[in-house]
Design a protein around this ligand. Structure first.
Ligand SMILES: *Cc1c(COP(=O)(O)O)cnc(C)c1O
Length: 340
């Protein structure tokens, strides 16, 4: 049976929830599904960024946050904003350099500070050694969060490695059709996890970054096909990586060996990369990712992207189209004869 959508702002007095900023049955159905996939208990938010903001409220004033130098650009932007306001201090790290991150952990204080991980990172595709980082952080009592948007719970379940909070932009693979914004946090079904969840629930209720019930339903619908979408998109991505790796227009292919996100760097700088994005016809030139349709974007064209992302880097979100169609289009845009 499909889940009904509950449109209401209020509930009859005397029940567990009295007002719709506090809870909604369609959210609950979605939270059960996302929680089940991640092996924890989920809370839905209005967007991925609202979910990240809820996690950051777990850090008290004067605390420290370690985060990847290359993370989703608005995560970096939000951290910078809070740092500028003096709310907490932020240290950027190369999240794939385990030794460097472990060294930074020595400057953190347990019970106060946060290690925020994104893996693979957006858009540089760096991979963190989550089990190593998390076990070191836990020994020191440092809170850990993993943004699992790129990998999805089908490829990576960070709670199993002892991570405190898993974050999703459900806008991406979970919903999968580029038609909704939503986010979620997931915590472990433990006393520690439930305490964190209660604080983030409080944040959601008081700050009002709640999803609409229709949006929650759209994400529920999307998740029904997550595994088949991801399987097809990942197979397409692996094949495109193989072909891009010896394409003469391509300097470098960044692909961590899982999922359907790829980054390439092309010869000819920003102008050449812009031409590739303008010349595709089947691929969609747009920001965002994780939809059934293949999308690409030169990330530095976004004013908020960090300066260490190469100008000529194009992020590819591979969809579920026929891989030969995708390759023909990409190859013509890259400016050389289509080959396989
Ligand atoms: C898109 C994205 C976000 C932000 O999610 P929104 O739903 O756009 O608010 C956070 N993290 C990653 C890795 C993303 O790709």
């Amino acid at each position: 049976m499909a889940e009904p959508v509950t449109f209401t702002s209020t509930y009859l007095a005397g029940g567990p929830v009295n007002y719709a900023r506090v809870g909604n049955p369609t959210w609950t159905a979605l939270e059960d599904v996302i929680g089940g996939l991640e092996g924890g208990e989920a809370l839905a938010f209005a967007s991925g960024l609202a979910a990240i903001d809820a996690v950051l409220t777990l850090v008290p004033p004067g605390g420290r946050v370690i985060a990847p130098g290359h993370a989703y650009n608005n995560t970096t932007g939000l951290l910078r904003e809070y740092a500028a306001e003096g709310r907490f201090e932020v240290r950027a790290v190369d999240i794939s350099d385990t030794g460097a991150v472990l060294a930074e952990l020595d400057h953190l204080e347990g019970g106060r500070d946060l290690l925020h991980i994104e893996s693979p990172t957006n858009p540089m595709m760096e991979v963190a050694d989550i089990p190593a980082l998390v076990s070191a952080a836990r020994e020191r009592g440092i809170l850990t969060a993993v943004d699992n948007t790129f990998a999805t719970p089908l490829l990576q379940t960070p709670l199993a490695d002892g991570v405190d909070v898993v974050i999703h932009s459900a806008t991406k693979y979970l919903s999968g059709h580029s038609d909704v914004l939503m986010g979620a946090v997931v915590t472990a079904p433990t006393e520690r996890g439930r305490a964190l969840r209660a604080r983030m629930l409080n944040r959601r209720t008081l700050h009002g970054a709640i999803p609409g019930p229709m949006e929650a339903w759209i994400v529920l619908r999307g998740i029904r096909t997550l595994s088949v979408r991801l399987e097809r998109a990942s197979a397409n991505a692996a094949e495109l990586v193989r072909r891009l790796s010896d394409h003469p227009a391509v300097i470098r292919v960044r692909y961590p060996g899982l999922g359907a996100m790829i980054a390439i760097e092309v010869y000819g700088g920003a102008a050449a990369a812009d031409r590739v994005c303008a010349d595709v016809r089947l691929w969609t030139h747009s920001t965002s990712l994780g939809g059934v349709e293949s999308q690409l974007e030169r990330r530095r064209a976004q004013p908020a992207e960090v300066e260490t992302v190469p100008e000529e880097l194009i992020r590819l979100s591979v969809g579920i189209e026929d891989v030969e169609d995708l390759w023909r289009d990409l190859a013509q845009a890259l400016g050389s004869p289509s080959r396989s």
